[in-house]
Design a protein around this ligand. Structure first.
Ligand code: BGC
Ligand code: CA
Length: 400
């Protein structure tokens, strides 16, 4: 049996060589282990140290990560908050004790995006103490209308749902209700690692009206809430660039591009079909990561971020149709379901990619992994893991 398998492998390897350059011909079988593999939104990494899982990223020469600049984004969120405070007046200190008290909604202590935002907000407010333990922070200080105030993080909490799912908006509603009772007018500000949880906080019946609150993601409902003066600010991680970028890298790899063309065609230069994503994306060689930039959205510019604004640089393709299997870690994730998925569905037909999307429950890897199957029906794969250190569970399945 072993012999037959190795003869088969040798033959298919030969066929692969004969039709190198990504050209598919009848009878030429590409092994699953040689197909393009993109990780997106959840970067393969160690949940504690944040170190990138380069074993998964080096699975084959067609493995890449497409996301956004997480660390930079944390700093952009922090700056948005201090910019807001700089222009505020003394009334922001609700109980007049000279201390700005805030509460913090943490998405997922093991997720690099979440860690970066907690760090970015705390650094800007001076409450970051350098510890990898998310519950440790110190007293900070901030300038408000030219005067220095102390800053205290009254409480920071990972918003885990009763079902174990992370970034949970209902958990945030409940936590906010508890905080409003417990800390009352010590709360001068609410900071959240994402919009879903910020909007969740605003749902608490005892939310202290008028207290500034900051989210992240620029989901449509959050942008609307900024327009209505309910949410104070959010950060756009440029979902259009990311979703379209994920598909563009796949397209390039499926068209047989290699080397720098994989992350320049359709990005910094038009691809063979004339498409080019308008927003700049940075390629990080060491981690094989293509990252979109972040921008702050506030009452001053929210109109520019209204839903339905798609990238006009990407409009059509006469590329050969390719089939891609794509996983989403949690069908209930606010950002993925309300922002990322609609963007994928918009751009996939333009790039002539036929997407099969399977979704998990946000807590058990098996909820995604069990649907990550029937590989021979697909030309490439895109993965959004439940746990950031599960890359191997997916690549192991592709090894056969
Ligand atoms: C988003 C979160 C989302 C998470 C899912 C993050 O980049 O900001 O809203 O829950 O990705 O992985
Ligand atoms: Ca105060």
């Amino acid at each position: 049996m072993k012999k037959i398998v190795s003869i088969f492998l040798a033959l298919t390897a030969f066929a692969g060589m004969a039709f190198a350059n990504g050209q598919q011909e009848a009878g030429n079988v590409t092994l699953n282990k040689d197909k393009p593999l993109i990780f997106f939104n959840r970067q393969p990494s160690d949940p504690t140290t944040g170190a990138i899982d380069m074993d998964s990223m080096s699975w084959n020469d067609k493995t890449y990560y497409v996301g956004f600049d997480a660390a930079g984004g944390g700093a952009v969120q922090g700056k948005m908050i201090t910019d807001y405070l700089a222009n505020a007046d003394a009334s922001i200190d609700r109980n007049g004790d000279g201390i700005i008290g805030y509460v913090l909604c943490i998405g997922d202590v093991g997720h690099n995006d979440s860690k970066a935002r907690t760090e970015g907000a705390r650094k800007a407010l001076g409450t970051w103490d350098g510890s990898t333990d998310p519950s440790v922070h110190k007293e900070g200080s901030v300038m408000i209308g030219g005067k220095e105030y102390k800053v205290v993080e009254l409480e920071g909490k990972a918003m885990t749902g009763t079902d174990g799912s992370t970034w949970n908006a209902n958990a945030a509603t409940e936590a906010m209700g508890g905080w409003a009772t417990k800390f009352d007018d010590q709360i001068d500000m609410v900071v959240s690692n994402n919009d879903g949880m910020a909007m969740g906080c605003l749902q608490a019946s005892n939310y202290p009206a008028g207290v500034p609150i900051f989210g992240y993601d620029a989901n449509a409902d959050a942008i609307e809430a900024i327009g209505n003066g309910i949410l104070t600010g959010t950060i756009s991680q440029n979902v259009d660039a990311q979703a379209c970028g994920t598909l563009q890298v796949l397209r390039n790899l499926l068209d047989g591009l290699s080397g720098a063309e994989v992350y320049t065609k359709g990005f910094s230069t038009p691809d063979a079909y004339g498409n080019q994503i308008s927003a700049p994306m940075d390629y990080i060689t060491d981690t094989k990561a293509l990252l979109a930039a972040n921008s702050a959205v506030t009452s001053a510019n929210w109109q520019d971020y209204k839903a339905g604004t798609r990238d006009a640089g990407v409009s059509q393709s006469d590329a050969p149709e390719k089939k891609v299997l794509l996983t989403i870690y949690n069908s209930a994730d606010n950002f993925l379901s309300s922002s990322y998925l609609p963007a994928l569905q918009y751009y996939a037909p333009l790039l002539n990619i036929d997407l099969t999307i399977v979704q998990g429950d946000g807590q058990n890897e098996a909820s995604c992994l069990d649907k990550f199957t029937n590989f021979n029906n697909f030309d490439a794969f895109a993965i959004n893991m439940v746990k950031t250190n599960s890359g191997r569970d997916y690549t192991d399945k592709l090894a056969y």
